[in-house]
Design a protein around this ligand. Structure first.
Ligand code: NAD
Length: 439
């Protein structure tokens, strides 16, 4: 079977490459000609473990191809996946202009029956809207079906998540479309992946409800962390004690600088906006977003206290700029607003990230790019662990202490053991635990 994927970002490229891995033939289309030119040579324009190998394999075996021509993408495929961005508008609602543009493009080239499946995260009602857009712009009166097939992959483990998902959600109102979608995902049936087959609005809602729930879990533990600091408890042990309860589970109970990335903040905002549009205040989602905003600024307070009150004239080092490890994605990464505030307050900010240097220093050119963690620490008054890349989990602490101007370690991911850090001579500050060592 032949499929097409419109949009070759984190979701679209992984979708195309993984379906090619399933043995299908996939055409990936993007309007960004530079991106397509690179992909045709097997050069992946973002960092994601395993994707380069999968793209090279697909190209070599002629199951994966790239184009900027939507006509070709539409013509060849039985199923067309839409995986373009749905960024937030200023009021928080999802900007569907890219989706609609794709809808018009598909409509102009429809020559036979197609299944048109949204992988992009889209608000309830988008499937229906897309159907109307396509109908209004069709040049041939052929039949097509709309399917909602939201994507749950996580950047940093996207391939594994796509090839071994917890579930596949298919929203459709046509038996033929459901049968075709199930056929596409047959390799996942073989590994007993649960399938949720439902209507389009329910499928669209499953994606937002899932992301909003996970974001709420993070904000909840961050709120508990703040309380722990004030009452003398340790949030890491609290989270462990909570997470062992199977009804709660241990995932997404790590306190830190707040959630970020291209999905949680925008999807939470879009869900709140959907509630607004239908006259219902999404109180829990709103609280999760507010706590998250405040958490970032609480981190700035922590840093200010750790460097003894005044950031002006101080040098601080930041380890990690991506919103999480194993990606170069800096969209809504907490590192950046925190770094920006430190710069605004007159600090010199030295930074290093294993994958996101180029993107981050373009956005915040005032930061000083460094070669590695030890370079970041040169003459710094404090070192801040912002993103828990593996290479930051086993730092040579002796070496760091000798390089730093002052031995202040601010661990915003609770990676290190407070007692050990004090024994090593650091003033150690973390999240939801007592600050220890030094004055
Ligand atoms: P992205 O920004 O990485 O990629 C979007 C791509 O679409 C870009 O390459 C862009 O050039 C292309 N594009 C835009 N308009 C186009 C058009 N008219 N025709 C063809 N291509 C076009 O986005 P992403 O992170 O892959 O996210 C895509 C969607 O998937 C979003 O709705 C997002 O919310 C959702 N999603 C993302 C993730 C994630 O972890 N990134 C996970 C699940 C769902």
């Amino acid at each position: 079977m032949h499929i097409s994927v419109i949009g070759t970002g984190y979701v679209g490229l992984v979708t195309g490459a993984c379906f090619a891995e399933f043995g299908l033939t996939a055409t990936c289309m993007d309007t960004d000609a530079k991106r397509i030119g690179r992909l045709e040579k097997g050069d992946v324009p973002f960092y994601e473990p395993g994707i380069t190998e999968l793209v090279s394999k697909g190209l070599k075996e002629n199951r994966l191809s790239f184009t900027t021509d939507i006509a070709r993408a539409v013509d060849q495929a039985l199923v067309i996946f839409i995986a373009v961005g749905t960024p937030p508008r200023p009021n928080g609602s999802a900007d569907l202009s890219y989706i609609e543009e794709v809808g018009r493009g598909i409509a102009r080239h429809l020559t036979g029956y197609k299944v048109i499946a949204t992988k992009s995260t889209v608000p309830v009602g988008t499937g229906e809207r897309l159907r109307q857009v396509i109908r209004a712009h069709q040049t041939n009166a052929v039949r097509f079906d709309i399917v909602s097939n939201p994507e749950f992959l996580r950047e940093g483990s996207a391939i594994e998540d796509f090839l071994r998902p917890n579930r596949v959600v298919i929203g459709a109102d046509s038996e033929q479309a459901v049968a075709i979608m199930k056929d596409l995902y047959r390799p996942l049936y073989l590994i007993e992946t649960p399938f949720v087959i439902t209507d389009i609005p329910t499928s669209e809602m499953i994606k937002y409800a899932s992301n909003a729930f996970l974001a709420t879990k993070v904000s909840f533990i961050n709120e508990i962390a703040t309380l722990c600091e004030r009452v003398g408890a340790d949030v890491v042990t609290v989270a462990k004690g909570m997470g062992l309860d199977h009804r709660i589970g241990s995932k997404f109970l790590h306190s830190g600088p707040g959630f970020g990335g291209s999905c949680f903040p925008k999807d939470l905002a879009a869900l709140i906006q959907t509630g607004h549009e239908v006259g219902y205040e999404m109180q829990i989602a709103r609280a999760a977003a507010t706590v998250n905003e405040e958490q970032r600024m609480r981190m700035v307070e922590k840093i200010r206290t750790a460097v003894e009150g005044e950031l002006k004239g101080k040098t601080v080092g930041i380890l990690g700029l991506a919103f999480k490890p194993n990606t170069n994605d800096i969209r809504d990464s907490p590192s950046l607003p925190i770094a920006e505030r430190l710069l605004e307050e007159g600090a010199s900010v030295r930074v290093y990230d294993p994958a996101a240097m180029e993107e981050a220093t373009r956005v915040l050119p005032g930061m000083v790019p460094c070669q590695d963690a030890y370079d970041v620490a040169q003459d710094a008054d404090a070192l801040i662990l912002m993103t828990e890349w593996n290479q930051f989990r086993n730092l040579d602490l002796e070496k760091l202490r000798s390089i730093l101007r002052r031995p202040v370690f601010i661990d915003l991911r609770n990676v290190y053991d407070p007692a050990k850090m004090v024994a090593m001579g650091f003033r150690y500050v973390s999240v939801g635990r007592q600050s220890t060592g030094g004055s």
